[in-house]
Design a protein around this ligand. Structure first.
Ligand code: ZN
Ligand code: ZN
Length: 329
């Protein structure tokens, strides 16, 4: 089968590898659509997170069960599914309590084990979530990033937010806008430097800005930082209203310098945000199966798996026109 494998920084090769077999409790899934995530770009640019090289990348997918191993009871061939891509130790206190995203050794498929940028992948059946056959498999591939946005909404206490600022109009930033709008947050402002992505944010009903506004006017009470670089974090801290709340959803490729007094003198609250809880995945399935048509606007490209390397180039170039690219094996 074909698979897009990481061989090193800016080096992804699509090659033929043996199709995996499924053991007891596992299912073989034929991948329908697989989304390229911001964390895949961290791998591509910096080699972060990867345990083995070469390795098949990718953790966001939708697909159809092709075969099941012994003792599998929950899914059967023909079922449409998405996967919970989190790989945790299963033994620590947080895993035992079901908070897998807090596991100290949390990893993801496509990083610590073979991922979904392939024609097929094998997962434990307990990692699969069935989705209705009426849910378009392209939309279903958005379940995982939507779960992130739902977790961000929780961390940012969107239900009590009047003005939300979002830094970064990538898929996570834009899905955060959609979730905020669906929760009736009155005003949503988005900052990015890509005109194409800002246009998309504008179509979703956000006020768009290409730099941080100066002065006191219109300061958000909550800001979501979804980029992960020093200048955008500093900008987010400056943009926030005193006693406002910052949700840090971006991952950093470098250590940064920060003036902590910015947080002290404005009495800001900080919330880190990583992945999601299991309930967020189920809620995301429910939402996408029931509506939220604007989420489809995230998907700017559907490309064959063979074009994986050029898709990564499109998402890491200076003038980003693409938003969510799905690879369709
Ligand atoms: Zn993702
Ligand atoms: Zn654990």
């Amino acid at each position: 089968m074909l698979a897009a494998r990481y061989y090193g920084i800016r080096n992804i090769r699509v090659e033929n590898i043996p199709k995996p077999g499924c053991g007891p409790g596992q299912a073989l899934i034929k991948v329908a659509c697989a989304g390229i995530c911001g964390s895949d770009l961290h791998i591509f640019r910096k080699g972060m997170f990867m345990t083995y090289v070469p390795e098949t990348m990718g953790h966001e997918f939708s697909g159809i069960v092709e075969q099941v191993g012994e003792e599998v009871t929950e899914v059967r061939p023909g079922d449409h599914v998405i996967g919970d891509p989190r790989v945790s130790c299963g033994a620590c206190r947080w895993c035992r309590e079901g908070s897998f995203n807090l596991c100290p050794s949390l990893g993801f498929i496509g990083e610590v084990m073979p991922g979904c940028f392939a024609e097929c992948l094998v997962l434990d059946e307990k990692k699969l979530i069935k989705v209705p056959v009426t849910l378009d498999l392209r939309r279903a591939a958005l379940v995982e990033p939507l779960a992130v946005a739902l977790h961000i909404a929780d961390k940012g206490r969107f239900s009590g937010t009047k003005h939300l600022g979002v830094v970064g109009a990538g898929p996570i930033g834009l899905l955060t806008v959609i979730v905020a709008k669906s929760m009736s947050v009155k005003q949503v402002s988005v900052i990015d430097i890509s005109p194409d992505r800002l246009e998309l944010a504008g179509r979703l009903g956000a006020v768009v800005l290409n730099s941080f506004p100066a002065g006191e006017c219109d300061m958000p009470d909550t800001v979501v930082e979804a980029v992960g670089v020093e200048s955008t974090l500093a900008g987010a801290l400056g943009w926030l209203k005193p006693q406002g709340r910052l949700v840090m959803a971006g991952l950093y490729e470098e250590k940064i310098t920060l003036d902590p007094n910015e947080i002290v003198v404005k009495e800001l609250e900080l919330a880190g945000e990583d992945a999601y809880e299991t309930a967020d995945l189920h809620k995301a399935v429910e939402i996408l199966a029931g509506g939220m048509p604007e989420a489809d606007q995230m998907i700017t490209h559907v490309m064959p798996l063979e074009s994986a390397a050029s898709a990564f180039e499109m998402l890491t170039c200076a003038d980003k026109k693409a938003c969510k690219i799905l690879l369709a094996p």
